[in-house]
Design a protein around this ligand. Structure first.
Ligand SMILES: NC(=O)c1ccc[n+]([C@@H]2O[C@H](COP(=O)([O-])OP(=O)(O)OC[C@H]3O[C@@H](n4cnc5c(N)ncnc54)[C@H](O)[C@@H]3O)[C@@H](O)[C@H]2O)c1
Length: 443
């Protein structure tokens, strides 16, 4: 099948490569000429495990191509996927300008029947807006051309995106006519062989399902962080509590890790956007407000521990920072807890020596070159002369470090662990002052 994908970011590029892998002819369209040039030259602008090989394989086979030519995109695909960003506007609502821009481009260049598939995370009612935007442009052109609009939210996780797309837990199709459902079922059939994962529903429910999923996951994290803060204050260990509650199958072990707050391009903006949607519908979404507020506070927790330990004096201190990405296996630093901590440390006159296995370029892009931010070649060199180590991302390479070397290289043996990677007793025996999240004896 012929597919055009508007937006070649984390979602668009992964979807394009995976759909091409199944034998489809995919044209990825992006308005960022630099990104498209890189892709045409065989470079991948983001880090995602397995993506580079998949993109190369499919471009070489002639099934995957990249362009900035919007008209070519509209002409190419029966399926017109929208996978552009939906960042928050100043009010916290999802900013739909890119989605609507794609819809208008489709309206400008459409010449025959098309299925417009919305993969971006968008508030309830967006499919109607897309339909309307296309209709307006078509009416200006004095044309009547058939098209359908479908909601097909994406659930891939950065860091495991290819696997998630190839073996999805579910494929949500929100549609208002059987013709589009059948077309989408055919398109997704290769991803659906062991059992049927397609869940069909009305468009508004499909749009809401994506927010519901992200809000539920964010709620689990904020809930555990709330419990961690209570545990610290009452002399309990959140890691034991986590194992204790996870064994209940109604709760489960997944996604109940306490830490220094959630980040990334999805949870923060999606929780906010859903809360705004509720507000606009005349409902005060109190759980969502609390999830967001707890997360904002949690992103400050490591800084609070640091400033308390150093008795309010951080000027002239240097911190070794392990992990900049918002989670492992990605280079994405959008809304990452590392950013909150970096900015707080700098505001107090501290310096940072940082290392991340993949996000060094992104950190350089975000913060540029500055004297108080040294990007180090490896995790060991970040330690040199630092007053303490702070762990922010649970990359595997940070899980079992050489503690002897850490002790030797730091000015004082102090570790602030935002991901509870280490055993507090082991750390104490090894002579460290060790701070973690929700572990009373490490306050
Ligand atoms: N990143 C994730 O893990 C993830 C997972 C599921 C859903 N989503 C949702 O998918 C959407 C895209 O997210 P992302 O992380 O891939 O974003 P991204 O910022 O990585 O990529 C978006 C791309 O769209 C391009 N773009 C903007 N306007 C355009 C236009 N008019 N025509 C063509 N291209 C245009 C941008 O240049 C950019 O390359 C968002 O709504 C997001 O919430 C993201």
């Amino acid at each position: 099948m012929k597919i055009s994908i508007f937006g070649s970011g984390y979602v668009g590029l992964v979807s394009g490569a995976c759909l091409a892998e199944m034998g489809n002819e995919v044209l990825c369209v992006d308005t960022d000429p630099h990104k498209i040039k890189l892709l045409q030259q065989g470079s991948i602008p983001i880090y995602e495990p397995g993506l580079e090989a998949l993109v190369h394989k499919n471009t070489q086979a002639g099934r995957l191509a990249f362009t900035t030519d919007v008209r070519a995109g509209v002409e190419h695909g029966l399926f017109q996927f929208i996978a552009v960003g939906t960042p928050p506007d100043e009010d916290g609502c999802a900013d739909l300008q890119h989605v609507v821009a794609v819809a208008r481009s489709i309206g400008e260049h459409i010449t025959g029947y098309r299925v417009i598939v919305n993969k971006s995370t968008v508030p309830v009612g967006t499919a109607d807006k897309v339909r309307q935007a296309v209709a307006e442009v078509l009416s200006n052109r004095g044309l009547t051309i058939q098209y359908d609009v479908v909601s097909n939210p994406e659930f891939l996780k950065e860091g495991a995106a290819i696997d998630d797309f190839m073996k999805p837990d579910r494929i949500i199709i929100g549609a208002d006519n059987p013709r589009t459902i059948e077309l989408l079922r055919d398109l997704y059939a290769p991803f659906n062989r062991s059992h049927d994962r397609v869940v069909c529903m009305d468009i508004r429910s499909a749009e809401l399902t994506k927010y519901a999923a992200n809000a539920m996951l964010a709620t689990k994290i904020s809930f555990m962080n709330e419990l961690a803060n209570i545990a610290e204050r009452v002399g309990a260990d959140i890691e034991q509590v986590r194992i204790g509650i996870g064994s209940d199958p109604r709760i489960g072990y997944h996604f109940i890790y306490p830490g220094c707050g959630y980040g990334g391009s999805c949870f923060p903006k999606d929780v906010q956007a859903l809360e705004r949607t509720a507000h606009q519908a005349g409902y005060s979404a109190q759980v969502l407000q609390a999830v967001e507020a707890v997360n904002q506070r949690q992103k400050q927790v490591l800084f609070d521990k640091i400033i308390t330990h150093f008795q309010g004096e951080l000027r002239g201190k240097t911190f070794a920072l392990w992990g900049l990405a918002f989670k492992p296996n990605t280079d994405d630093m959008r809304a990452a807890p590392s950013r909150t901590l970096l900015e707080a440390l700098w505001s107090q006159g501290a310096k940072v020596r940082a290392y991340d296995p993949q996000a060094m370029h992104e950190a350089q892009r975000v913060y540029g070159t500055r004297a108080d931010f040294i990007l180090c070649e490896d995790q060991e060199s970040a330690l040199t002369g630092a007053d303490a180590l702070v762990v922010l991302t649970e990359w595997n390479v940070f899980r079992s470090p050489d503690f002897g070397k850490i002790k030797q290289d730091l000015k004082s043996p102090v570790i602030f662990d935002g991901r509870n990677l280490y055993d507090p007793e082991h750390m104490r025996d090894a002579g460290f002052t060790y701070y973690a999240i929700g572990r009373a004896h490490t306050i």
